[in-house]
Design a protein around this ligand. Structure first.
Ligand code: GUN
Length: 289
């Protein structure tokens, strides 16, 4: 059966809308600044979706568009201004940044209390330590998908494919932490016999960034499969000239899995829903106790 990420994300967005309106009643409209450098088509489409979602939930959107050849100093000054702006509760710098930028330096310049992406070393350190923090949106959204689909994680074998800072590493932490209690294996490009490992998984999370990373025979019958991939495949029959596919061979795996997320309409909408939720959390934290 398919997990309907769009529907679950819509439920969360309704909750976020109610929470945002509660904050407005107390004199605080949550605000999110989204910074995009350059015009990478995938990034433009993500950023546009994030900004539209804000407005739909009653969150103020502060779009910042800068040319790809913006200097590091200008970007740091822009972030510094947003750090000081009381209307802005969350700051997101869309990744990847154009060539030449030190991404970690830019992320470190975001005030941790406005780090709604959860990418700042302070946020990631707190996540490692099990402290309350902003959790990166994609892995947080996957935990929410599992919870709302009735998937038990405690005592289960979870396999995460991909060790990125944005998805794979925080995903492994979230699945293994107290309360989730899965036994986690983290696979990556140097993993030998990937299929032998993924066949052990009760819950398989695939965030490798390549189509057909997981193919027939690599999934245990009855497993729950979460496909994080968003890959553009040329397709002349589509108006845009491409279609989106995940990292999993969906047609081959759907009949084997008990639950599987489609691409699009699985994890993607959840990432945005969690960003909105983190923004409301950041705004709520500015209220007097
Ligand atoms: N690029 C791909 N995913 C993300 C994300 O969740 N946040 C940001 N800022 N950039 C991304």
């Amino acid at each position: 059966m398919r997990i309907d990420g769009k529907q679950i994300a819509a439920d969360i967005r309704a909750e976020v809308t109610a929470a945002a309106s509660g904050l407005v009643a107390r004199g605080v409209r949550p605000g999110l600044a989204v910074i995009l450098l350059g015009d990478n088509p995938a990034s433009v489409s993500y950023v546009t979706a994030k900004e539209r979602a804000c407005v739909e939930c009653g969150i103020a959107s502060f779009p910042v568009r800068l040319p790809a050849d913006t200097s590091e100093q200008t970007l740091l000054e822009t972030i510094s201004r947003l750090n000081e702006d009381p209307r802005v509760h969350g700051i997101l710098v869309q990744l990847p940044l154009p060539r030449g930028f030190d991404e970690q330096k830019i992320i470190r310049s975001i005030a941790p209390e406005k780090d709604v992406d959860g990418f700042h070393p302070i946020s990631l350190g707190k996540l490692l330590l099990g402290q309350d923090t902003f959790v990166p949106c994609t892995p947080a959204g996957i935990m929410e998908l599992l919870r709302r689909s009735g998937v038990e994680t405690a005592g289960k074998r979870a396999v995460v494919v991909g060790r990125s800072n944005i998805v794979g590493k925080p995903m492994a932490l979230l699945l293994a932490r107290k309360g989730a209690d899965a036994t986690v294996t983290l696979c990556h490009t140097a993993t030998k016999d990937l299929g032998a490992v993924t066949r052990e998984a009760d819950i398989l999370i695939v965030a490798a960034g390549h189509p057909h990373t997981i193919v027939a025979g690599q999934v245990k019958p009855g497993a729950v499969v979460i496909d994080v991939g968003v890959n553009r495949i040329p397709d002349a029959t589509k108006k845009a000239g491409f279609r989106l596919v995940g990292d999993v061979d969906f047609e081959a795996i759907e009949p084997v899995a008990s639950l599987i997320t489609p691409v699009p309409g699985g994890v993607g909408p959840m990432t945005i829903a969690m960003l909105l939720r983190n923004t409301v959390k950041a705004a709520a934290a500015t209220l007097p106790a």
